[in-house]
Design a protein around this ligand. Structure first.
Ligand code: ATP
Length: 194
């Protein structure tokens, strides 16, 4: 059964890599089944083994991507490692039309684009208790090589600085103790309309 929050605007979750964004929004989805939908991005990269079209990404050709972008079809888009990624307006509209509250997991540049677009959304930043703890989690996750960990940490500093800009985020959750952080996120998501 869907348990809808009073405020149905899409929720944009950002924060440095390894801070626990995925862990937290998965808890939100599990504890409130049928309520939320994670926005599935478009990408020009090829699917990796086990990935499914429409589930992990919408896989499109470079031509299709560029065409959709020219038609102003993305709320945000970026190029990483030679591949294009973006969140399409249609994806958000389809999920909203199904009565779902859309959750977007995006990085800092995407947050800036969505804010510039004036599309209604709520912005949540997940912050680490400290840079040392973020480093521990990134290493503990064991998914990255040393070089990638250092890159992520350098980028984390940029994102943490940006998160201090007044008015950018509606809510900052420090992910120290997981259950406490989850509760803060859930309370924000389910807060009554102002
Ligand atoms: N409060 C917490 N205390 C300790 N460990 C945590 C906490 N929250 C998450 N973690 C752990 O930190 C690691 C990174 O979490 P997760 O993969 O959810 O981060 P992410 O922000 O989604 O990263 P990315 O942006 O790279 O996908 C995981 O191993 C996760 O289990």
């Amino acid at each position: 059964m869907a348990h809808l929050p009073p405020d149905r605007r899409p929720i944009v979750i950002s924060g440095p890599s390894g801070v626990g964004k995925g862990t937290l929004f998965k808890m939100l989805f599990e504890r409130h089944p049928e309520t939320f939908a994670l926005s599935v991005s478009h990408t020009t990269r090829s699917p990796r083994p086990g990935e499914q079209h429409g589930v992990d990404y919408h896989y499109v050709s470079k031509e299709e991507f560029v065409d959709l972008k020219a038609k102003d079809g993305f709320v945000e888009s970026a190029t990483f490692g030679g591949n294009m990624y973006g969140t399409s307006k249609a994806t958000i509209e389809e999920q909203s039309a199904k009565g779902k509250v859309v959750v977007l997991d995006i990085e800092m540049e995407g947050v800036k684009q969505i804010q510039a677009s004036k599309i209604p959304a709520r912005f949540v930043f997940i912050a680490p208790p400290s840079e040392e703890e973020l480093e521990r989690r990134l290493r503990g996750r064991g998914t990255d090589k040393e070089e990638a960990v250092l890159k992520r940490l350098a980028q984390a500093k940029v994102e943490l600085d940006y998160s201090k800009t007044p008015g950018v985020h509606d809510k900052i959750v420090v992910n120290k103790d997981l259950e406490t952080a989850y509760k803060e996120l859930e309370d924000f998501v389910y807060a009554p309309l102002a």
